[in-house]
Design a protein. Structure first.
Lengths: 501, 153, 503
C-alpha cells in the first residue's frame, strides 16, 4: 500500500489535519486506483498547544477504530498510521504523531543558538537578524533573542526556520526516508502567515529535495524525487486587536507578502513542489482571540481548514504521471486554488461546486446521521431492535467496552464539536441542523414526503438497520456497528434525501 | 383431524374446561341425536384457530414488521387480540347453536360450557402463538421482529 | 328460541372462514350442503318431489362425506327408507312442515305389493244374531266400513263375500260396490236364517279348518265372528283344550304349505241384544251388553302388513280395541333403534352409540344411584304389526343378561326431534355393569289382553263382573294359533336388538 506522509506544521497544520481526519472518518475517499495509507507527522514546537493535543488524541482514536473496523466498513475506511508503526527495528520511536523538536522546551532563543558562545562579529549579525520585540509566556514584552521557544515562534518565522532546520537530522526524518518508496507521496500543510508554518514549509521541503546531500539517511533517491504536494494557507481569520500581543493582523499581511516573495525563489521558483495549493479568504469575519499559545491557540475549527483538507484528497486523486520529478525538481508543477459556487457568510452543501458537493456531502451527512443516532437513539434501540440482537450483538456490554466508550464516543464528540465550531465561525459552514429531528438534518435537502412515503424517524432508521443486518455476517461487533451504519445511512440518504451515490 | 383437535381442546381429558356433552356437540352430534354428522365444529374452530394464529404471527412479523412494534410488550398486545378473537369465535359458535336450538336435546349444554370452550380455544391459540414465535426459523426472515418473542426484547 | 343469537358478526365471520377452509379442503358436496339443499327443496311446497329427491341422491352418490354413511347400507348403497326417515327428522328439527308421505321415494305411487283376492267370511250362527239385532248399528256400521274399505283397497283384486257356519256359504264372488251394499243391507237374523247351514252351534276349529283348507295361495281370508266356543254341555275345559290342540294342528299344517302364513286378530266391540248361549248351550235370553267380536286376517305376512298399513281396520267407525299379530319370525322386519345419550344413570361415551355400542361405560358414583348403570334406547316398532301396547309389556322381552331389567314406554312427545320416527323408549338398568354383548329380544307370545278378554265360565254372563265383555275360551283359541307359530319349547324371538357394552 502506498503511503502519504503528511507534514502538518504549526497550529494550522494540525487543524487541517483534524479536518482531514474527519473527512476520512466520514468515509470521504480519494477517487484513485491506489489506496493510500496516511502517515501524519505533526510538527509544532509548542507541545502544550491545545489544537495539537486534540488532534493527536483524535488520531489515536481514529487509528484504534479503523484497526478494528477494518478497511471495508465505509466509515474510517482509510488507514492512518503513526510513523513508529512503520518501523520494524528495535529503536522505535515513541508511538505518537508528533515530531519531537529538541532542546526547545524552557529554552530562550539566544541559548538555542548559543548566542553567548558566538564570536563578536557573529553576535553582531545575530543581533541584526533577530532584532525587535516579542512577548513571553507572561505577556511581557521581551527582545526576540530572549523569547522562550516552547510557546512556538509566535509569528516569528526567522526564529522558526533556524530551529526547524534540525528536522533534517531528526530520527523521524530518518525513519521517513528509510521507509519511503517510489509510490509514496508527501504532503506539507502550513500556514504562510504564522511563525512555525511559514518557516517550516520551505525548510522541510528543502530537506526532502536535498536528501541526496544528507549523509545521515537512507532511501535518498526516492525522497529526492518524491511526489510532493503542499498547501499554503493564506490569512483567513481575524484576530482581536491587542496592542500588547506579538501577533497582529497587519503583521499577517506583511509577513505573507514577505513569505510569498521568499517562496518565489525557494519553492515555486525552483519547481520544488509538484502540486501547490493556495487557499485564502479575505472575508472579514469573527476575530479570533489573540492568544500566542501557551494555554491558547485553541481556535474553533474553520471552513477553510476543511477545504484545505480537501486539497489532500485532491492531491491523492492526481495520477502519478502528473507528479513526476527529476533531479529533485518537479517536471510539471501544478498550482491550484479553490472556489465556491456561491458566496455566503454561512455555507451549505449547495454552495459548493457540484464535484465537491458530490465528494463530501453524502459522506458527511452519513456520519452526522450516525452521530445523531448514537447520541439520541442507541440507548433506546440497543438490545431491543433486531439489528442489535443479531450476532455479533451490539449490547450494553459492547457500550461499556473501550472501543465504544472511549474511542468511538470521543471521536464522535470531536466530530460534533468540529461541526459546531465550523457552524459557529464566520465564515461559517452549517450544512446540518444538528438539533432538529433527523428528517430535517441536512439543511438544503428536504425529505421526500407523500402519501406512501414512510416518515423518516428513528423507527425508520432502526428498520433500515435491521434490513441491512438481515442475513449478513460480521466478524466483530466493532466492524458491524461501523459497516451497518455506513450502509444504512447511505441507503436512507440516497432513498429519502435525494443524495446521489 | 377432528379427533386431534377434540383431544387438544379437551386437554387429552386431563383438564376439562367444559362438559363431555359440549364435546359431543362440537364433534358434530346432530340435532336428531343420531350420529356425528352435523357441522364438525372441532375441525372448523381448530383450523380457524390455527389460521388466525398464523395470520396474527404473519401480521406482526411480516406485514406490520415495524421497529416500533417489535418488543415483547407488543407481542403480548398481538397475543391479546388473537386470544380475544379466538375466545369470541369459540364462545359464539356453540352459544348461537344453543340459542337457535341447533343441538341434540339429549346433550346438556349451558353457557359455562361455551365459556369453557372459548377459554380452551383462546389458550390454545396463545400456546400456538408462543410456539410459532419461539421457533427462530419462522421469524428469521422478519426484518424487525426476528428476535421478538414473548419474553424479549 | 326468541333470544337473539350472540354476536352475529363473529359467527358470520367464523362461518365465512369455515366455509373458506371447507372449500379449500374438500370443495365437494358434504352433509351440510345436503341439509341445506333438502331444506331448500321443501321450502316452498312442503314436499320433496321426484326431481328434487333425485338431485339430492346425486349429491349423496357423488360425495364421500362421512355423514352420508348413515344414509347407506353396509354395501354402500343408498337406503331410501333411511333417507326419508332422516329427511323427516331434519324437517321436523328445522320446523319445516313436511309429512313423510310428501317425501318422494323410489317405487312410490306404483304399489309394489302385488294385488290379491280377499275372501270375507261372516259367521252367521245363531250366536251372531244379537249383534245384527241390536238397536245400535255399531256392528253393521263396522262391517260396512270394513267391506267398503276392502273393496276400495288398491291391493284387492277380487272381493269374495261368504257366510260361514258348519259350511261355507258363498254369497257373492268378485263383489262389486253394489254387491257390498246389498250384502250389508242384508245383515239381519232373517237373512242369516235363510242362508242355511247349521246355525245352532259354532265349532270354531271346524270353521278355521274350512277356511285354511279352501284358502288359495295368495289369498287373504277375513273372518268375522264372536268366536264363542260351544262345548254343548261337555266338559268345557277338556273341550277347550281339545279345540286348542286342533287349531294348533290346523295351523301347523297350513304353515307347512304356506310358510309365510300369518294371522292378525283384532278385537272389536259392539252392542249385543238377544239370546246368548253359554258353555252348556243354555240360552240367556234378552242379554243386552257390549260384547266383543273379532276380525281375523289370515294370509301372508306381507298381505297382513299391507292391510294394517292401509289402516283398513282402524278406519272403521267404532274401530278396534286390541290387536295381535302372529307371524313367522323369519318374516319380521328388524326395527330401527338408537341408544339415547340421555337420560342415563352413570356415564358412557357417545362416540359409538350410532353403531349400537356403548363405550367407556361407568356406573353412577353419586349416593342416590351408586352402582347403577342405566341407559335408554329409542326403538321404532311402527313396522311391527303388534299393538303398540305389546311393546310396553316387559314380559314380552327377553334380555340376554338377566342382570338387566327393562322398562318400556311409548314416546308421547311428537315434537322431540331426537325421538322423532321412534315409537318406544326402552330403559335398561343393571347393577352389574360389565363388558358384554347385550341382546334384547321381543319374543312372540300371546299378549296379555287375550287373557283379560278370555273367560272359562260364561254361565253367569248377566251378573258376573266384566263377563259380558269377555269371550268364552278365547285364550285357548289364540294359544292354539300361537303354539303353531311359537312353539312353547322355544324362545321365539321376533325382534332382536343387538347392543354392545364396553367399560
Amino acid at each position: 500500500m502506498a503511503r502519504l506522509f503528511i507534514f502538518a506544521i504549526g497550529g494550522t497544520g494540525s487543524r487541517v489535519l483534524k479536518s482531514l481526519t474527519m473527512l476520512l472518518a466520514a468515509g470521504v475517499k480519494p477517487n484513485s486506483p491506489t489506496e493510500f495509507e496516511i502517515v501524519p507527522i505533526l510538527i509544532d514546537p509548542h507541545k502544550s498547544n491545545e489544537d495539537l493535543k486534540r488532534t493527536a488524541r483524535m488520531l489515536e482514536n481514529y487509528q484504534a477504530i479503523a484497526e478494528r473496523a477494518g478497511s471495508d466498513s465505509g466509515f474510517f475506511g482509510t488507514r492512518i498510521t503513526t510513523l513508529d508503526k512503520l518501523v520494524t527495528s528495535q529503536n522505535r520511536l515513541s508511538g505518537s504523531f508528533t515530531f519531537n523538536l529538541q532542546q526547545v522546551a524552557n529554552t530562550q532563543f539566544k541559548d538555542y543558538i548559543d548566542f553567548a558562545q558566538l564570536s563578536e562579529p557573529n553576535r553582531a549579525l545575530a543581533d541584526i537578524l533577530f532584532s525587535g520585540k516579542s512577548i513571553n509566556k507572561r505577556d511581557e514584552e521581551v527582545n526576540l533573542l530572549d523569547v522562550e521557544m516552547d510557546i512556538g515562534f509566535v509569528g516569528n518565522p526567522n526564529i522558526g526556520s533556524v530551529v526547524l532546520n534540525q528536522f533534517k537530522d531528526s530520527e523521524e526524518f530518518k525513519e521517513v526516508a528509510s521507509n519511503f518508496n517510489a509510490d509514496d507521496r508527501v504532503f506539507i500543510i502550513s500556514s504562510i502567515f504564522g511563525g512555525t508554518g511559514a518557516a517550516g514549509f520551505p525548510t522541510i521541503l528543502k530537506n526532502i529535495r536535498d536528501a541526496m546531500n544528507n549523509r545521515n539517511i537512507d532511501g535518498k533517491g526516492f525522497l529526492q524525487n518524491a511526489k510532493i504536494g503542499a498547501i499554503t494557507v493564506l490569512p483567513y481569520f481575524n484576530i482581536e486587536k491587542d496592542p500588547n500581543s506579538p501577533i497582529q493582523k497587519s503583521d499577517f499581511i506583511a509577513k505573507t507578502k514577505a513569505a510569498l516573495y521568499y517562496y518565489k525563489d525557494n519553492v515555486t521558483g525552483n519547481n520544488s513542489v509538484n502540486a501547490l495549493y493556495y487557499i485564502n479568504d479575505d472575508y472579514s469575519g469573527k476575530p479570533y482571540k489573540n492568544d500566542a499559545g501557551n494555554e491558547g491557540q485553541k481556535n474553533d475549527a474553520h471552513f477553510i481548514e476543511m477545504v484545505s483538507a480537501l486539497a489532500v484528497i485532491d492531491f491523492l486523486e492526481m495520477p502519478d504521471r502528473d507528479l513526476e520529478s527529476a533531479g529533485g525538481k518537479a517536471v510539471k508543477p501544478i498550482y491550484k486554488e479553490f472556489g465556491m459556487k456561491n458566496d455566503s457568510p454561512d455555507f451549505k452543501f449547495s454552495d459548493f461546486e457540484d464535484s465537491t458537493e458530490y465528494k463530501i456531502s453524502l459522506r458527511l451527512s452519513q456520519f452526522a446521521l450516525f452521530k445523531k443516532f448514537l447520541d439520541e437513539r442507541l440507548n433506546e434501540s440497543i438490545e431491543k431492535q433486531a439489528w442489535s440482537n443479531d450476532a455479533p450483538t451490539i449490547d450494553r456490554a459492547f457500550l461499556s467496552d473501550s472501543f465504544y466508550r472511549t474511542n468511538l464516543s470521543e471521536f464522535m464528540t470531536a466530530f460534533g464539536n468540529w461541526l459546531k465550531e465550523m457552524s459557529g465561525n464566520r465564515r461559517g459552514f452549517t450544512p446540518f441542523n444538528l438539533n432538529s429531528t433527523i428528517d430535517s438534518l441536512v439543511v438544503d435537502k428536504a425529505v421526500k414526503s407523500g402519501w406512501f412515503d414512510k416518515k423518516v424517524d428513528y423507527a425508520y432508521f432502526d428498520d433500515g438497520l435491521s434490513k441491512q443486518s438481515k442475513g449478513k455476517t460480521f466478524p466483530s461487533a466493532e466492524q458491524k456497528i461501523i459497516k451497518l451504519f455506513y450502509d444504512t445511512t447511505e441507503e436512507i440518504l440516497t432513498e429519502k434525501f435525494g443524495f446521489k451515490k | 383431524m377432528q379427533e386431534v383437535f377434540a383431544k387438544i381442546y379437551e386437554w387429552f381429558g386431563l383438564i376439562p374446561f367444559y362438559s363431555k356433552d359440549m364435546g359431543d356437540h362440537l364433534r358434530g352430534f346432530d340435532v336428531t341425536c343420531t350420529d356425528y354428522i352435523a357441522t364438525p365444529w372441532y375441525s372448523y374452530v381448530g383450523w380457524i384457530m390455527v389460521v388466525t394464529t398464523v395470520l396474527t404471527f404473519a401480521l406482526q412479523y411480516y406485514i406490520v414488521d415495524s421497529s416500533r412494534y417489535n418488543k415483547a410488550k407488543h407481542w403480548w398486545l398481538f397475543a391479546l387480540g388473537l386470544v380475544l378473537l379466538n375466545f369470541l369465535i369459540a364462545f359464539a359458535i356453540p352459544y348461537n347453536d344453543i340459542q337457535d336450538g341447533d343441538f341434540c336435546n339429549q346433550l346438556k349444554l349451558n353457557i359455562s360450557d361455551c365459556v369453557g370452550f372459548g377459554f380452551s380455544n383462546a389458550l390454545w391459540s396463545l400456546i400456538l402463538f408462543i410456539i410459532i414465535s419461539s421457533i427462530p426459523i419462522f421469524r428469521s426472515r422478519s426484518t424487525n421482529c426476528r428476535h421478538t418473542t414473548f419474553w424479549k426484547p | 328460541m326468541n333470544k337473539k343469537p350472540f354476536l352475529q358478526i363473529p359467527s358470520l365471520f367464523s362461518l365465512v372462514v369455515a366455509f373458506l377452509i371447507q372449500s379449500c379442503v374438500s370443495g365437494s358436496y358434504d352433509f351440510e350442503n345436503f341439509n341445506e339443499q333438502a331444506l331448500e327443496s321443501a321450502k316452498n311446497d312442503q314436499r320433496v318431489d321426484q326431481k328434487e329427491y333425485e338431485t339430492l341422491m346425486q349429491g349423496v352418490t357423488s360425495s364421500d362425506d362421512r355423514g352420508f354413511r348413515t344414509l347407506k347400507n353396509e354395501n354402500g348403497e343408498i337406503d331410501h327408507a333411511k333417507v326419508s326417515a332422516y329427511l323427516k327428522k331434519l324437517f321436523d328439527a328445522k320446523g319445516a312442515n313436511v309429512a313423510l308421505a310428501d317425501i318422494w321415494q323410489p317405487g312410490m305411487g306404483s304399489s309394489d305389493a302385488t294385488s290379491f283376492n280377499v275372501s270375507v267370511f261372516l259367521e252367521n250362527s245363531a250366536s251372531m244374531d244379537g249383534y245384527v239385532d241390536a238397536n245400535s248399528t255399531a256392528f253393521k256400521a263396522a262391517m260396512n266400513d270394513l267391506l267398503t274399505n276392502l273393496e276400495n283397497f288398491p291391493a284387492t283384486d277380487t272381493l269374495n263375500l261368504n257366510y260361514i257356519n258348519s259350511t261355507i256359504i258363498p254369497v257373492k264372488a268378485a263383489a262389486s260396490e253394489a254387491d257390498v251394499r246389498s250384502f250389508q243391507q242384508n245383515l239381519n237374523r232373517t237373512n242369516f236364517k235363510t242362508q242355511g247351514g247349521r246355525r245352532g252351534s259354532s265349532d270354531i276349529g271346524e270353521i278355521l279348518s274350512q277356511i285354511l283348507n279352501q284358502q288359495q295361495s295368495g289369498e287373504l281370508s277375513v273372518l268375522v265372528s264372536d268366536f264363542v266356543f260351544s262345548p254343548g254341555g261337555k266338559n268345557a275345559l277338556r273341550y277347550l283344550e281339545g279345540q286348542r290342540s286342533q287349531i294348533r294342528s290346523e295351523f301347523v299344517a297350513a304353515r307347512r304349505s304356506n310358510p309365510n302364513l300369518a294371522v292378525a286378530i283384532l278385537q272389536g266391540e259392539a252392542q249385543f241384544e238377544g239370546t246368548y248361549y253359554d258353555r252348556n248351550d243354555k240360552p240367556h235370553a234378552r242379554l243386552a251388553a257390549d260384547r266383543p267380536y273379532y276380525v281375523w286376517l289370515i294370509g301372508t305376512a306381507a298381505q297382513i302388513q299391507s292391510v294394517l298399513d292401509a289402516k283398513i281396520l282402524e278406519q272403521t267407525r267404532s274401530g278396534f280395541t286390541n290387536k295381535l299379530v302372529i307371524q313367522p319370525a323369519s318374516e319380521v322386519v328388524q326395527p330401527p333403534f338408537k341408544i339415547l345419550y340421555s337420560p342415563k344413570i352413570g356415564s358412557f361415551d357417545a362416540k359409538s352409540l350410532v353403531k349400537g355400542v356403548i363405550t367407556d361405560a361407568q356406573v353412577a358414583r353419586d349416593d342416590r344411584n351408586k352402582g347403577i348403570f342405566e341407559f335408554s334406547l329409542a326403538v321404532n316398532f311402527a313396522k311391527g304389526m303388534q299393538d303398540e301396547s305389546y311393546f310396553l309389556d316387559s314380559t314380552n322381552y327377553k334380555i340376554s343378561d338377566a342382570q338387566y331389567s327393562l322398562k318400556a314406554k311409548p314416546i308421547a312427545d311428537r315434537t322431540d326431534v331426537s325421538l322423532n320416527s321412534f315409537t318406544h323408549v326402552l330403559t335398561l338398568r343393571t347393577t352389574n355393569l360389565k363388558d358384554e354383548k347385550l341382546q334384547i329380544d321381543v319374543v312372540g307370545k300371546v299378549p296379555g289382553w287375550v287373557y283379560v278378554s278370555s273367560s272359562e265360565d260364561d254361565t253367569q254372563i248377566e251378573t258376573a263382573a266384566e263377563e259380558a265383555s269377555k269371550t268364552f275360551g278365547f285364550s285357548y283359541l289364540v294359544e292354539g294359533v300361537s303354539d303353531a307359530f311359537y312353539p312353547r319349547s322355544q324362545a321365539n324371538p321376533l325382534y332382536t336388538i343387538p347392543l354392545t357394552i364396553k367399560k
